[in-house]
Write a protein that binds this ligand. Structure first.
Ligand SMILES: C[S@@+](CC[C@H](N)C(=O)[O-])C[C@H]1O[C@@H](n2cnc3c(N)ncnc32)[C@H](O)[C@@H]1O
Length: 208
């Protein structure tokens, strides 16, 4: 792996508490807050997607992927982030994300539950996939439909990292997208509104 090592062994061999960040329904044990984490392969920073602008750093990306918060976990992710901007109701959040997707030029792939479709910008294509063992929908804009049927989240990111040189993720959590991009020798730009997520990435993604 170019420019990256892990202080506590392989990322996916770590404790359940770290992997559980995928779900707002389980506890999170992150402790370090950080505004920005930089490695040889990319950057992760704090950004609230409701802020209404698309950070310049994302211009480097040739695809954007995000594993979105679902309605049942939305309030818990907001509570953990404790953002000073305040948190819009769920329909408004989905519409803010939709506006973003409509206004940028890069191809976008979002992993979301069917329940989000009611408020979402209609996608150009959808595939039935899995996230955390649950049925989910992969939505695509501005890229060819690819054969992702039944795939889980990690394989979807791997597939994107094989095809593209720089992956963006604006709901990055503990940074799986950047981890996979780095494993495959690619670059990443990631953000999350929770500074504890960026702190986790700053601790775990260490330049060598
Ligand atoms: C399902 S998790 C993503 C997990 C991620 N794939 C990982 O590797 O850990 C959804 C993420 O969206 C983030 N999120 C929720 N609302 C957000 C917002 N308004 N702006 C930015 N990130 C947000 C949450 O903090 C959470 O980390």
């Amino acid at each position: 792996m170019d420019g990256l090592s892990y202080k506590r062994g392989d990322y996916h061999q770590q404790g359940e508490s770290l992997r559980d960040y995928h779900s707002a329904l389980k506890d999170s044990s992150f402790t370090l807050r950080c505004e920005r984490a930089v490695t040889s392969n990319g950057v992760a920073f704090v950004h609230d997607i409701n802020a209404g602008y698309w950070p310049e750093l994302y211009m480097e990306c040739d695809v954007i992927f995000a594993d979105m918060p679902w309605r049942p976990g939305y309030d818990e992710f907001n509570r953990r982030a404790g953002s000073s901007l305040g948190h819009p109701p769920w329909p408004e959040f989905v519409q803010n994300v939709s506006r973003l997707v409509a206004n940028i030029e890069a191809p976008v792939v979002l992993l979301w539950g069917k329940h989000a479709e009611r408020y979402m910008l209609p996608s150009e294509w959808q595939r039935p996939v899995e996230s955390n063992g649950r049925p989910a929908i992969l939505h695509g804009w501005r890229l060819d439909r690819f054969g992702a049927d039944g795939m889980d989240r990690l394989d979807i990111v791997r597939l994107l990292a094989h095809r593209y040189d720089c992956l963006g993720d604006f709901c990055c959590g503990y940074g799986e997208t950047g981890y996979i991009a780095t494993q495959l020798g690619k670059r990443f730009v990631m953000s999350d509104f929770n500074a504890l997520c960026i702190g986790h990435i700053a601790q775990e993604f260490t330049d060598v």
